[in-house]
Design a protein around this ligand. Sequence first.
Ligand code: 5GP
Ligand code: ZN
Length: 120
Amino acid sequence: MADGRPQPDCLFCKIVAGEIPATVVRETETTVAFKDINPQAPVHDLVVPRAHYRNAVELAANAPELAAALLVEAAAVAEAEGVADGGYRVVFNTDAHAGQTVFHVHAHVLGGDFLSTFGS
Ligand code: 5GP
Ligand code: ZN
């Protein structure tokens, strides 16, 4: 069972710890939101729990209140970025076929324009 402890070689654990710089948008007691380094939309932020879980399913199974807090925070980030009214997308890539590259759960918050369809 995953316990949320920081992992030594995890990029997002290092961003949470301030060991690697990021453009932070919002912080709460349990989450950090920062700009994606390679934005795919006018607004593209990542929201991560401070605790380390591999993906959204592992987070929800082991820390459901934190999973809920992450979604609430994704909405707060959209509001802070000015995209809440126009609409936005929240994405959790999960494992290889979805293109997950960083295995510390993160919500992508994408908005600021009409977004392309996805699924292929
Ligand atoms: P995934 O493909 O795992 O769902 O998303 C990982 C995201 O992290 C990608 O959109 C990528 O651009 C972003 N990313 C990778 N390395 C860094 C970094 O060092 N800093 C920031 N801010 N974003 C990163
Ligand atoms: Zn981590």
